[in-house]
Design a protein around this ligand. Sequence first.
Ligand code: OGA
Ligand code: MN
Length: 229
Amino acid sequence: MKLMRVTGKHAQNRHFYKRLGRYLGSSWADLTAAGDAALVVGSSRQLVRRLGPQVEVRTAFITEEEEGALLRELEPGLKKKRYEFDHWDDAIHGYRETERATWGAACQNILNRVRSVAFEAGSSLLGPVHVLDLDKAGYIKPHIDSVKFCGSTITGLSLLSDSVMRMVKEDAPSEWLDLLLPRRSLYILRDQARYDFTHEILKDEESVFNGQKVPRQRRISVICRNLPD
Ligand code: OGA
Ligand code: MN
């Protein structure tokens, strides 16, 4: 198994590194001394190297205050809905969701930042932002986002919980990547990583990254997409 380095401004985030150190069995000092932490592992060094540029995890992309601002804006609407558990054919189990086109200023600033790092200037974006609230027992089964409705790039903020995203090559399931998505991180999937690999969010019982348990709490993701060409 080969580790890949992540990008992002997380050198200051001591607390995060302490916890990551526990996941990876090394200390905060080791990780920071080594540079960026490893948040992506895969079935081979070659695959991690090849897909690396199309898979990005940025730790501490938002602050605790920004996470709070998003939650304050989203909770009232989400609370009115019930988690859906029993649609056996759904790609998602144990979730409620919403779409939001207009946001308060603080949240709009965050979303502008997300879009500016994930999409090229001038890209046509899907207007409403997708908000997916997974219960602690919820999970997302392997799927590829519709090519009819969304373009080459998918980006998402993770709120409230760490989680593991697994990607598996659709026509060669022995090729896979696992991404550790820490709470308040941003992930970006592009091009082949988006089209040729399924992605899923592991359920709590299976939520393990590189041999280390990653406990799953309730998790809210805030997802931006572009439009197909
Ligand atoms: C989706 C999806 C991932 C996430 O809604 O299609 O894959 O981070 N979501 O919630
Ligand atoms: Mn998806």
